[in-house]
Ligand binder design. Sequence first.
Ligand SMILES: [Zn+2]
Ligand SMILES: [Zn+2]
Length: 265
Amino acid sequence: MKKTCSKCKIEKEITEFYKKTARNRKDTHEWRSRCKGCMRRAAHERPKANHLYKVECPSGYYYIGSTIVGIEQRRRCHIRAKGSTTLSKHIKENSLSQEDLKYSVVKEFQDPEEMRIAERDLIRSCYADPFLLNKRIPLRNGTDMSKRFCTKCKIEKPLEEFYYRRDKESYDSPCKQCTNTRLREYREANKEYYEANKEEIAKRDKEYYEANKEKILKTKKEYYEANKEEIAKQRREYREANKEKIAKYAKEYYKANKEKKLLDN
Ligand SMILES: [Zn+2]
Ligand SMILES: [Zn+2]
């Protein structure tokens, strides 16, 4: 298979072209339009400057980023991104044009790693600001992994305050409290639907359970094993906080069963 390079216009073997990476996910199996040689040359000619930069929108929103190719080159990348990055998504959603944005260099660095750490610290210090567009604080060497910011309430909390997702093998981005609030709101919002379809939903749940029994039990067991201490702690706290309620319930249960037993005999 052969292909003509869009830059040097020479027809070359397909092995002379790079495959598009996962970053250009939409068309994974496409080949880059420029040949390897032309791409390498372009990379070599690209200006090099470690810029920690800020992009400001007229509405007050701003984005913090860093680049090793200088702010001008990075600006072109943001323009090309067309909604696939945080900044370009904001531009698209608010029908802004590139002319509306103010790009400025916060600081220039000699060492790119030093720049990335400064970038992390800057985003971290602005994270609770509702005008900051960055969704995440980048992870760098020296990041304290025992706590993190919730992407929802923007409060820094210890790692235990986040649910561990076994399927993703990482912690959830919103904290437990925010996740619980969201679930509760969802249930509230769908209350009528559930009430109206109670039986059907119960039937569907039961069918699903029967069909996936082994898998569900296995997952449950694994979850329990992994979170044993946390679960025990929660139970202890619950018992502590609901002492009276539990005692009352136990008493009623005992009484009801005693009567039942007497009747049965
Ligand atoms: Zn070429
Ligand atoms: Zn939260």
